[in-house]
Design a protein around this ligand. Structure first.
Ligand SMILES: Cc1cc2nc3c(=O)[nH]c(=O)nc-3n(C[C@H](O)[C@H](O)[C@H](O)COP(=O)(O)OP(=O)(O)OC[C@H]3O[C@@H](n4cnc5c(N)ncnc54)[C@H](O)[C@@H]3O)c2cc1C
Length: 406
């Protein structure tokens, strides 16, 4: 995906309008039933909606047109991501959902021709799903250079053994991108691991369980699985990128990924805000008196509006810097948005639920579903505290070195 916007502004507005109409008229009517459905029940409904997304030109918007995508640059895709975030299944229906989107970006940038035709092309067509297995239950995922999974070279193969969890979408995935230590003696810790593509199922691979997360052990795309690799063999041709470059590739995957997530969260915020405003305007707390007349409620609305607006400006600023100067230059801005937008999301959802009273606790609106599913936003792709440490370390650097000189 190019980061620089080449798309005509009018063309983009047209695409956003198409997406908005599709989301509101064709996806929203399904959302309550889809939230309650098992993956087996949901998949055929979603498959039909995916065909509609293809017909409307909304398919895989971040992929080049040669792969069936819409070829949007990062800033344009960010805006579309917000529109799709209005409903829980918008990204899946348009084939730009995590973790497949990140895996497609990785394969596009670093895959060999053979890997592209075997793994990227069917993923881009929506025929298969994939997962990304890095985090291990025995080690702090916040410092993933410490990991036990090993991939040992044996002739022209790698033999992988390890234990992973929170491998999102592993249930039914056709392949996993697995992070494993291949070079335990490399001097720099971040040069010890590589990424390997493991076609699934495989001899020696076990999906131990779909983890219950906030009361739900969703299957299929919605799964977060615990998995084991016991002497799983893959050919060396399945090495993704250079050996020892696993963390460099993971970083490449995370920068655009955080922009995608943040804009999706802003879409969720806008929907929660809309539901909150509708509800408080309609709800009578006394004859002729709406909930919207209460200052406490007005403050929730004003604070939410300000925070959503600030979030969007911050994310578009980070995307623009990334487009101009590259991911490394935008690192600090990416840390700001990951913390700020994830926390905005949780505050806005919480206020919207509070405004709905008991209704907010039910699954008659998507609010409670999002409240369960998006609590993780402050943990995955770098916990709040990790990003804050990066920001503070940079801010303090000149002061601490000046102190050292005194
Ligand atoms: C819904 C969900 C989906 C996920 N999907 C995937 C996936 O598809 N693939 C995958 O590989 N992983 C996935 N993960 C795992 C995720 O990447 C890790 O949870 C994350 O990196 C944090 O690691 P940890 O859970 O081991 O927490 P730890 O690293 O043990 O940290 C625990 C807590 O300690 C605090 N903390 C950590 N480091 C610091 C620090 N330096 N300073 C101060 N405080 C700190 C933070 O508050 C953090 O939440 C997913 C997680 C969730 C919740």
């Amino acid at each position: 995906m190019s980061h620089v916007s080449l798309i005509d502004a009018g063309e983009l507005e047209l695409l956003l309008t198409t997406a908005r109409t599709f989301v509101r008229t064709e996806l929203v009517p399904h959302e309550i039933a889809l939230q309650a459905a098992t993956w087996q029940e949901a998949e055929p409904v979603l498959a039909a909606l995916r065909e509609r997304a293809k017909a409307l030109g909304l398919w895989a918007p971040f992929l080049p047109e040669t792969l069936g995508g819409a070829g949007l640059p990062l800033d344009a895709y960010a805006r579309l991501s917000e529109v799709l975030g209005w409903t829980p299944f918008g990204h899946y229906v348009c084939n730009c959902q995590a973790p497949d989107a990140g895996n497609m970006e990785l394969l596009l940038q670093f895959g060999t021709n053979d890997q592209k035709s075997r793994f990227l092309a069917p993923l881009a067509r929506g025929e298969i799903r994939s997962c990304f297995a890095m985090t291990e239950p025995e080690h702090a995922g916040s410092n993933p250079v410490v990991m036990s999974t090993r991939a040992v070279r044996d002739g022209s193969e790698f033999v992988i053994s390890g234990h992973k969890w929170f491998t999102s979408s592993a249930d039914g995935a056709a392949f996993a991108v697995v992070m494993a230590v291949t070079d335990p003696d490399a001097g720099a810790a971040h040069q010890r691991a590589s990424q390997l593509i493991v076609p699934l199922p495989a001899d020696g691979y076990t999906l131990v369980r779909n983890l219950p997360v906030m009361g739900e052990a969703g299957g299929g795309w919605a799964s977060h699985a615990e998995v084991r690799f016991e002497n799983v063999r893959v050919p060396e041709a399945n090495l993704l990128g250079p050996q020892g470059a696993g963390f460099a590739l993971a970083q490449e995957r995370l920068g655009p990924g955080r922009i995608h997530h943040c804009m999706r969260w802003i879409g969720i915020c806008e929907r929660a805000f809309d539901l909150m405003c509708r509800h408080v305007a309609a709800r009578e707390i006394a004859p002729g008196e709406s909930l919207a007349s209460k200052q406490a409620v007005q403050f929730w609305i004003a604070e939410s509006r300000i925070e959503i607006h600030a979030s969007r400006l911050m994310v578009m600023d980070a995307a623009a810097r990334m487009a101009r100067e590259g991911q490394e230059a935008a690192r600090e801005e990416i840390a700001y948005i990951k913390v700020f937008v994830a926390n905005t999301l949780q505050r806005v959802l919480d206020r919207a639920i509070q405004a709905h009273g008991a209704l907010g606790m039910t699954d008659d609106t998507p609010l409670a579903w999002w409240y369960r599913h998006e609590r993780a936003a402050r943990i995955y792709d770098g916990a709040d505290e990790v990003h804050k440490t990066v920001i503070a370390r940079r801010a303090l650097k000149p002061y601490l070195s000046a102190r050292g000189r005194r």
